[in-house]
Design a protein around this ligand. Structure first.
Ligand code: KMT
Ligand code: NI
Length: 172
């Protein structure tokens, strides 16, 4: 895992966009973003049990598995959005970037690789992209009824109860 402020320069979203300004795990946790390095599935099972995550699936984001839909899929993952539930991703192989908004509404880019697990809280604005290798395999953990429909950023979401809860808790 490596986290830093996004450089906001034009260019492919899959490039590193590293501004050279690092962000540490403590800063991430102040945003409600939790990072864990877990090298066994047993470790993931324990975390899932503790947080009430009963279900999981595996997704491989790559042209090999998605074919012609890949480019559009990667673009849609990169639309800024929130969820009304936690987003938990455990990386099994490959590399990807999760971008999250910090208190100043700047993008923090979190680079994840194999054995990295990231928890994004409900209500945080974020986006995802593969890197230049165009390959990531991840486990997605979810509760009985996942509420992980992406809600794209808009002023209307200011009134969303999950967004309001996030803002009052972490950005207030
Ligand atoms: C997301 O939430 O954007 C995704 O699930 C992307 C694939 S998981 C690496
Ligand atoms: Ni998401």
């Amino acid at each position: 895992m490596k986290a830093y402020l996004y450089d906001n320069l034009d260019g492919d979203q899959r490039l590193p966009h590293d501004s050279g300004k690092p962000v540490d795990v403590e800063e991430l946790s102040k945003l409600g973003v939790h990072y864990y390095r877990i090298d066994t599935v047993e470790g993931v099972n324990q975390l899932a049990a503790a947080r009430g995550y009963r279900n999981r699936d595996e997704i491989t984001v790559s042209p090999a598995t998605m074919g012609a839909a890949y480019e559009a899929k990667v673009k849609s993952f990169f639309d800024e959005h929130l969820h009304e539930d936690e987003e938990i991703r455990y990386i099994r192989d490959g590399v990807g970037y999760f971008d999250v908004r910090n208190k100043g509404d700047q993008w923090v880019r979190v680079q994840l690789e194999k054995d990295d697990l990231l928890i994004l809280p409900a209500g945080i604005y974020h986006r995802f992209t593969t890197d230049e290798t165009n390959y990531i395999q991840a486990m997605r953990l979810f509760k009985e009824e996942p509420k992980w429909t992406p809600l794209n950023r808009s002023g209307e979401l200011d009134g969303n109860p999950y967004r309001k809860e996030y803002v009052s808790h972490f950005l207030g």
